[in-house]
Design a protein around this ligand. Structure first.
Ligand code: CNA
Ligand code: ZN
Length: 320
């Protein structure tokens, strides 16, 4: 028996089984941040951080948008964000856009928390799937924000409406004219479909529909950012839309990750890189199961941060 080999194997075992954080709880994640002085934190967010502002998410049973689209008479719920369907029938999207139009909602404590990370110079980037622009309203700087599913901030002519039976080309090119939200906002709020003044095409806000590419900024930022990331926080998303959902696999495998959400998600085994909130060896992922706003408040307490704004905002906001 080669005792040298056994010793090496034992050392390797100990190294690979060493915990990164001490338990799967939020406090262990915060202990790690303090002990390791992390300052390249990436925050990934979804519709769950905006529900306490009064904006429904997609998939929550009962209150989510997908359960409440009957009035739009859609062939299937996702059609409302399907580019092919939109080109044939833009009206349902605009009816929804009128209801959800940015401007009538206030940022939540969870948005404020991300801004707090920025103020403390700990935020490397906020990757959001949301299109409600509440990050901008919370004051998060443009350069720290990646709006992965686009924004209502700008819009583009996507060409004329298609006939019911016409196959829509992808990519769908209009005359290329671009617009700012102020150019089309009033039309949308008046319940009309905005039209391109040059070619009479449909003007579509630059939010990413199913069947469309994510913005160039998303693709150009992710590789450098996720390599550099020293802690990952995921808040208020079901992690069910790719490629966004795959970002949690991009951080180095010794980087701790925290999920704050009402339900567990992201645990699918992707080459051993899905969240694991149960393992007893090499604990790396932490979970706060509850509302986003409660989670960020507890986070802040664990870190010993005093932020009266956040506490006040939490009292004002209805926790959903
Ligand atoms: P989703 O699939 O609806 O998932 C939301 C997740 O958040 C679910 O896991 C919920 O359980 C959870 N959740 C909801 N409310 C809370 C809460 N208060 N506290 C804790 N957890 C909560 O939405 P995703 O963002 O994952 O899906 C991506 C889609 C949704 C993106 O393309 C967005 O554009 C789209 N979307 C955005 C908005 C918005 O901008 N506010 C609203 C609705 C949908
Ligand atoms: Zn046009």
């Amino acid at each position: 028996m080669d005792m040298g080999n056994i010793a090496v194997t034992e050392t390797l075992k100990r190294e690979t089984s060493a915990n990164i954080i001490q338990s799967h709880g939020l406090s262990s994640f915060c202990d790690y941040l303090k002990a390791n002085k992390c300052k390249n934190i990436i925050v990934m967010t979804g519709a769950g951080i905006s529900t306490s502002a009064g904006i429904p998410d997609f998939r929550t049973k009962g209150t989510g948008l997908y359960d409440n689209l009957q009035k739009y008479n859609l062939p299937y719920p996702e059609a409302i964000f399907d580019i092919q369907y939109f080109k044939r029938k833009p009206e349902p999207f605009y009816t929804l856009a009128k209801e959800l139009y940015p401007g009538s909602f206030e940022p939540t404590p969870s948005h404020r928390f991300i801004k707090l990370l920025e103020d403390k110079q700990l935020l490397l980037r906020n990757y959001t799937q949301n299109i409600d622009m509440l990050e901008r309203l919370a004051g998060i700087s443009d350069d720290l924000l990646v709006e992965a599913h686009g924004t209502f901030h700008t819009a583009k002519c996507v060409g004329p409406k298609s006939d019911e039976d016409e196959d829509v080309d992808i990519p769908i090119l209009g005359c290329g004219k671009t617009f700012e939200d102020k150019d089309i906002k009033q039309k949308i709020l008046d319940g009309q479909v905005p039209e391109c003044p040059d070619c009479k095409g449909l003007v579509k806000p630059d939010i990413v529909f199913f069947g469309e590419q994510l913005p160039e900024r998303f693709h150009s930022m992710i590789h450098k950012d996720f390599k550099q990331c020293d802690a990952l926080i995921v808040i208020g998303t079901s992690l069910s839309v790719a490629p966004f959902s795959g970002l949690i696999h991009l951080v180095k495998d010794n980087v701790p990750r925290l999920l704050i959400n009402r339900e567990v998600c992201g645990t699918q085994d992707f080459m051993g890189r899905g969240f694991d909130f149960e393992c007893e060896e090499r604990i790396r992922d932490a979970l706060f199961l509850g509302t986003c706003d409660e989670g960020v408040l507890q986070f802040q307490e664990e870190m010993g941060w005093q932020d009266d704004d956040l506490s006040q905002l939490l009292q004002k906001t209805k926790i959903s």
